[in-house]
Design a protein around this ligand. Structure first.
Ligand code: I3P
Length: 126
């Protein structure tokens, strides 16, 4: 048992740190609160960890679960008007969750934007 790693771990496409703010939950607006998040993109989803995944895995004893975002039917768009910060894009899920992601470093945010957009575009549309 547990010799084979979970399939999702084999399918990680991109991971790294970004600034993240969740601004709506199920369509309900939330107070914006930027924080650093460790972000893991795999085929149909994004996971947000409050710490690195490595740290999170070693803290599993507390039943720690990352916030998971279902990318099926999700939208991604640049969101210049949603923040005073540069390089902000928004992900909106079918369930009405809205996340802003940001990095001061242009190539980092561009790489993330295209990786997530490609992941969404590859998913079946219905
Ligand atoms: C918010 C905080 C955010 C800011 C947001 C403020 O204040 O300063 O960083 O977003 O602006 O309301 P508070 O901490 O008191 O909630 P940006 O950094 O993205 O500009 P906003 O209300 O214009 O979104």
């Amino acid at each position: 048992k547990d010799i084979i790693p979970p399939l999702e771990q084999l399918m990680v496409e991109k991971e790294g740190y970004l600034q993240k703010a969740k601004i709506a939950d199920g369509g309900k607006k939330l107070r914006k609160n930027w924080a650093t998040s460790w972000i893991v993109l795999s085929s149909g989803k994004i996971e947000f960890y409050k710490e690195s995944k490595q740290q999170a895995l070693s803290n599993m004893k507390s039943g720690y679960k990352p916030e998971s975002v279902d990318l099926y039917g999700a939208h991604i768009e640049w969101a210049k008007e949603k923040s005073s910060r540069k390089n902000v894009f928004q992900i909106t899920t079918v369930s009405g969750n809205e996340f802003l992601l940001q990095s001061d470093i242009d190539f980092i945010i561009l790489d993330w934007f295209h990786a997530i957009k490609n992941a969404i575009d590859r998913l079946p549309k219905d």
